[in-house]
Design a protein around this ligand. Structure first.
Ligand code: IMP
Ligand code: MG
Length: 178
């Protein structure tokens, strides 16, 4: 599909399925090298990261664990800036090597809140893996360790990303048509 309509908006094809999968494979190679023998704990941030988390985790070698956390900051196509609380962390992360899995890092407001909450629980280390990163929108100084692809300031849907609930099941990533 070259374009897709969700609710009242039209989106055009932006990143093909094979390009998404290639960038995930490249991330897995780096993470496998950096975390060999460390039994990392991956923490996927729901809802958006669930497909990326699954495809990335499938390519992680050796002992590794995964769990999921939930928060929300978006309504429609603009960030609300209001962050709800981190829910669902059942694991003891003290002395664990934690890798946060995000679908997309935009302003970084969500990420900063998550990182601060997790640091308080004294993990051995924290890294961030995101499929997509919007450098022009990023407002924070926290390093984003593993980036699949850098993108511009467009609103994107597909492969887990939604526009008011729709679009997550698209295999490709689409951008809002101007
Ligand atoms: P941030 O707090 O501004 O970095 O926003 C992070 C969250 O907003 C992501 O985890 C997504 O859930 C959502 N988000 C940011 N940009 C987009 C986008 O282009 N499309 C869909 N959701 C987005
Ligand atoms: Mg998200």
């Amino acid at each position: 599909m070259q374009t897709v309509t969700l609710h009242d908006k039209t989106f055009e094809l932006f990143i093909a399925e094979n390009a998404i999968q290639q960038s995930i494979s490249a991330l897995a190679v780096q993470i496998n090298a950096d975390y060999a023998g460390k039994n990392p704990l991956f923490l996927g941030i729901l809802n958006g990261s669930f497909l990326f988390a699954a495809d990335l985790f499938r390519q992680i070698e050796g002992n590794a664990e995964i769990s999921f956390l939930k928060m929300a900051s978006y309504q429609g196509t603009a960030t609300t800036g209001k962050i709800s609380e981190l829910i669902g962390l059942n694991e003891d992360i003290s002395n664990r090597h934690v890798i946060i899995i995000e679908d997309i890092v935009d302003t970084g407001i969500t990420l900063e809140k998550i990182i601060n909450d997790l640091i308080a629980k004294q993990p051995a280390s924290i890294a961030i893996a995101t499929l997509l990163f919007k450098p022009a929108a990023y407002q924070k100084n926290i390093p984003v360790n593993y980036v699949g692809m850098e993108v511009g300031n467009d609103f994107l849907v597909g492969y887990g990303l939604d526009y008011d609930g729709l679009g997550r099941n698209l295999k490709e990533i689409y951008k809002l048509k101007a």
